[in-house]
Design a binder for this molecule. Structure first.
Ligand code: ADP
Length: 569
């Protein structure tokens, strides 16, 4: 069995984590262990007799002698430094050198122990670099306030930009809660700071935009990202928050929204104000026509007024749609009926242009739950466009068919077509292709916006396609169909053939409009026509006259048209 000394020698030789070896008094290697071989890369045979300085980087070679001298003089030398392996690579060594003297005090050599601490060194350096980067980041980001919080949401570190944005110095703010930066109404449970911390802890990070408070009470619109910080085991260690002042952007957005709303209101008012005088002008022209006054002039004026009326109606519609003020009066409608009505309105236009206009309807009736007036408006808008954007002599077709639970109505033309760049935007408000200088086609670029909104209000879709300029266009409207209703439900007031001398009451607070309409009706002959100019007068006149027919304006002073109708019933 081996004695203790033998075991000790074995231990020294076999130890792998430490290089343990001996040097002669001159500093030359005389023993070598496994750890030394592993760390420095030399076998025993290679290294015996070599000088200690072999392990020093060239620039430090002279330090080997210094170390030896120190050890010889003081008994010991210790230090940390870069050393060199056989292959030329470096390692960070923790070294100790101990002088060995005999009983007489004569120097016999040195014991040398070296540890490779490269890994620890690297980790430390990494940490220092991280710390440095962190400090640079905190100081460097100028626009973004950055701060750190503990798990409760109390500030533990604060960047210069946070100081600038929020007004508190680091000393003032440490230990204060995130809610310090929010208005008091947000401080309770369910307020933004609490919600933000909870969401960050749950999801890792969360974004929020809201009003924040600076020191002194000023508000600013802050856009922030809050992130949860966790250690390797996943335990929550705190939060980091990055915050940016977006007050300018917020104010700009609000100003834009405000301007947009005022534009919508202005459009609505403009359309309304333009519409009012148009009704009597139109009636006046009708009257002149009936009286046989210079019919050609009247025709031209009527046509032009008709054009203005269409523009104003479009404007009125789009402003109602923009403000969600359109109510559909839905009822079971037969598709063919609506198509016929729309076709009638464009027939004069296609005839004037010498365009071939054909309509193809399904054999079986197709029923829709729709507002017949609005639906006819959709189709006549599409047909009017088809005619407007097709040269004289071109072809326009409307085909309606049933496809499963859908009615598909296609309006196709052989006209100027649509540029592929314009196509994706064609249904947007005020979108128009480039116009010829004379703007002979007129229009405000709102017709298709109205079409799309109305179709969607009916639960349908509308799409446009074109093979490009000069190759015609096709618009397809798809609407959900319903089962055919019972005959009674299908609309259409029964006609009463017995009455031919009707008593008519015209109610409108627009006096010229009421007057002219009354005069036209009288001119048509055989009617007893009276007018009233407000709701109360209308009720009184109705009481007296017992009219067969009432033309009743809705917007009336005193009692509105709805109320008058309700009381009459
Ligand atoms: P408007 O006709 O008043 O300009 P619309 O909203 O009805 O407004 O149409 C928008 C634009 O779409 C038109 O200006 C035109 O450039 C294009 N467009 C619409 N229908 C057609 C069509 N059938 N063929 C070619 N271009 C069309």
């Amino acid at each position: 069995m081996a004695g203790p000394q033998e075991l000790f020698d074995l231990f020294i030789r076999r130890v792998e984590d430490y290089a343990v070896y001996m040097l002669d008094p001159g500093g030359h290697v005389v023993t070598w262990n496994l750890g030394a071989e592993r760390i420095k890369g030399y076998t025993t045979a290679e290294i015996l007799g070599k000088h200690l300085s072999t392990f020093y980087p060239p620039e430090d070679r002279h330090k080997a002698a210094e170390a030896l001298r120190t050890a010889a003089e003081t008994g010991h030398f210790e230090g940390e430094a870069w050393r060199i392996r056989k292959d030329g690579t470096r390692f960070w060594g923790l070294v100790s050198l101990t002088a060995l003297r005999d009983d007489a005090g004569e120097l016999k050599g040195f014991a040398k122990i070296t540890r490779d601490l490269t890994e620890r060194k690297r980790a430390e350096e990494g940490l220092r670099a991280t710390q440095l980067k962190y400090e640079l980041l905190m100081a460097g980001v100028k626009e973004y306030a950055v701060f750190f919080m503990d798990t409760e949401g109390r500030v533990i570190d604060w960047s210069p930009a946070a100081e600038r944005l929020l007004g508190y110095s680091q000393a003032e703010i440490l230990g204060r809660h995130l809610r310090t930066f929010f208005p008091p109404e947000q401080h309770g449970p369910g307020g933004t700071p609490e919600v933000v911390l909870k969401a960050a802890a749950a999801k890792g990070s969360t974004e929020e935009e809201s009003w924040h408070v600076r020191k002194g009470g000023d508000l600013f619109w802050g856009s922030g990202i809050t992130s949860a910080l966790r250690d390797e085991t996943g335990r929550l260690k705190g939060f980091a928050k990055v915050l940016l002042d977006r007050t300018e952007k917020k104010r700009t957005e609000e100003a834009l929204r405000d301007a947009d709303r005022r534009k919508d209101e202005f459009l609505a008012m403009l359309a309304h104000e333009l519409r009012n005088p148009l009704a009597p002008i139109r009636s006046g022209l009708d009257l002149l026509r009936m009286e046989g006054v210079d019919s050609e002039t009247v025709e031209i004026m009527s046509e032009q007024v008709g054009h203005v009326v269409r523009l104003v109606d479009d404007l009125l519609d789009v402003s109602r749609i923009l403000r969600n003020k359109v109510d559909l009066k839905r009822t079971p409608v037969e598709l063919a009926e609506v198509v016929r009505r729309a076709a009638e309105t464009v027939r004069p236009m296609t005839e004037a242009e010498g365009q071939a206009f054909s309509v193809s309807l399904p054999d079986e009736p197709v029923w829709l739950d729709a507002d017949p007036v609005r639906l006819a408006q959709v189709l006549s808008n599409l047909l009017t466009n088809a005619s407007k954007y097709t040269e004289p002599g071109g072809r326009i077709t409307l085909t309606a068919e049933r496809r499963g639970g859908e009615a598909v109505i296609r309006v196709a033309d052989t006209g100027i077509g649509i540029d592929p760049d314009l196509l994706p935007h064609i249904f947007e408000l005020f979108t128009q292709s480039e116009r010829s200088i004379d703007r002979s086609q007129g229009g405000l670029g709102i017709g298709l916006t109205v079409v799309k909104s109305l179709v969607e209000m009916h639960g349908g879709t509308v799409t446009a396609r074109s093979d490009g300029p000069g190759r015609g266009s096709e618009f397809a409207v798809r609407l959900p169909t319903i089962e055919s209703p019972t005959p009674a439900a299908a609309g259409g007031a029964p006609h009463d053939p017995a009455s031919d001398a009707l008593r008519i009451l015209v109610v409108d607070d627009n006096v010229p409009a009421a007057t002219l309409l009354s005069r036209i009706l009288s001119k048509l002959g055989g009617y007893d026509v009276r007018s009233a100019y407000d709701g109360a007068a209308a009720l009184e006149a109705a009481e007296r006259l017992r009219p067969d027919l009432i033309f009743l304006d809705i917007g009336l002073p005193k009692l509105d048209g709805y109320e008058v109708a309700r009381r009459l019933r």
